[in-house]
Design a protein around this ligand. Structure first.
Ligand SMILES: Cc1cc2nc3c(=O)[nH]c(=O)nc-3n(C[C@H](O)[C@H](O)[C@H](O)COP(=O)(O)OP(=O)(O)OC[C@H]3O[C@@H](n4cnc5c(N)ncnc54)[C@H](O)[C@@H]3O)c2cc1C
Length: 296
């Protein structure tokens, strides 16, 4: 196995163009497991660790440009206000050691349906900045996951960054696992309220071949919130609306039975998480509204 060590992003792109089968390695927390278990024996490893810019982020007016290798621990420490859903999801990843090494670029590269970043990215609305020597393109997060552990990257492309809309309202992330730490999700649910556009977005993990949004549940909720004037009156969401939202989120799942849980359990748990996270975020929204009214 040859180890390619580019010193700059341009060198990394050139190396990937020359060796499209080269496997990029960032934190290595997925790649090294595969190599150690002999599940993968790449001809070339492309080490991205000398490229400092991949571990940097920029907070813009509307979005955060998160370098592909920014570790989960930095997201938790520095981007909690801008990316609350992703920060909460980062908290649930593995252990401090893994959170210091692993990042969103690697989660996207692996594209496991159980990856914790995905539901948060789907709910917040993100775009993946993919680049090759041929140029740069932004891939909407909805279009990024193409199959079980497959993504929309071309063989010569690398992920440079992820652009994630800054939170304009409360966000939550909920994960079911067999214990609280070092656990791959049995299933997970992310939700983001977007008061500016009066929409709610969701993300479901580990309950379908790819990470998905619960689009019917979103459409139903967006219409119900609109019709009831909830965004303006800040009333408690009725149990009937919350129940239907949960049922539609559950119905969006297409899970399998595996060692971590049954399909039936996953559908059920996603419904519960959808209802709970909606309740949590809506309470936060109402609380923020009351504070603003009080201050005015
Ligand atoms: C003990 C343990 C526990 C874990 N627990 C969790 C968990 O709870 N939740 C969770 O989501 N994950 C978990 N993981 C998996 C892993 O930590 C995450 O998927 C992490 O985000 C991977 O990031 P990385 O930088 O280490 O990726 P790497 O291992 O370096 O790479 C992962 C994949 O992405 C590709 N890649 C990396 N960077 C780029 C790039 N810039 N452009 C294109 N492709 C790229 C690599 O080629 C590879 O295919 C766990 C892993 C271990 C070992």
């Amino acid at each position: 196995m040859d180890f390619l060590r580019p010193a700059s992003w341009e060198e990394a792109l050139a190396a990937k163009a020359e060796h499209p089968t080269a496997v990029p390695i960032a934190g290595g927390t997925d790649v090294m497991v595969e190599i150690n278990f002999d599940h993968r024996r790449p001809e070339y490893l492309l080490d991205l660790n000398r490229i400092g810019e991949l571990s940097e982020w920029e907070v813009g007016q509307e979005s955060v440009r998160l370098g592909a290798s920014v570790p989960y621990s930095s997201i938790m420490e520095h981007l909690r206000a801008e990316l609350p859903g992703l920060a909460l999801a980062s908290h649930t990843v593995a252990s401090p050691q893994i959170r210091n090494r692993g990042g969103v670029g690697g989660n996207l590269g692996t594209a496991s349906p159980a990856g914790d970043a995905h539901p948060a990215l789907l709910a917040a609305d993100g775009e993946v900045e993919a680049e090759s020597v041929r140029g740069t393109r932004l891939i909407p997060i909805d279009a990024f996951y193409t199959g079980v552990k497959r993504n929309a990257l071309e063989p010569d492309e690398l992920i440079r960054a992820v652009h994630i809309r800054k939170a304009d309202g409360p966000q939550q992330y909920s994960k079911v696992g067999t214990r609280n730490a070092m656990v791959i999700a049995v299933c997970a649910f992310g939700i983001a309220l977007h008061p500016e556009t009066r929409t709610v977005r969701t993300g479901i993990g580990s309950a379908a071949p790819t990470p998905i949004r619960a689009k019917e549940a979103e459409d139903f909720l967006n219409a119900a919130l609109d019709e009831g004037g909830f965004w303006d009156n800040g009333k408690i969401i009725t149990p009937a609306i919350a129940k239907q939202f949960a049922a539609l989120a559950s119905g969006a799942c297409n899970p399998i039975d595996d060692v971590r849980g049954t399909a039936k359990y996953r559908r059920h748990a996603v419904g519960i998480m959808a209802r709970r996270t909606l309740g949590w975020t809506w309470e936060q929204y109402r609380g923020a509204g009351r504070t603003l009214e009080g201050a005015a």
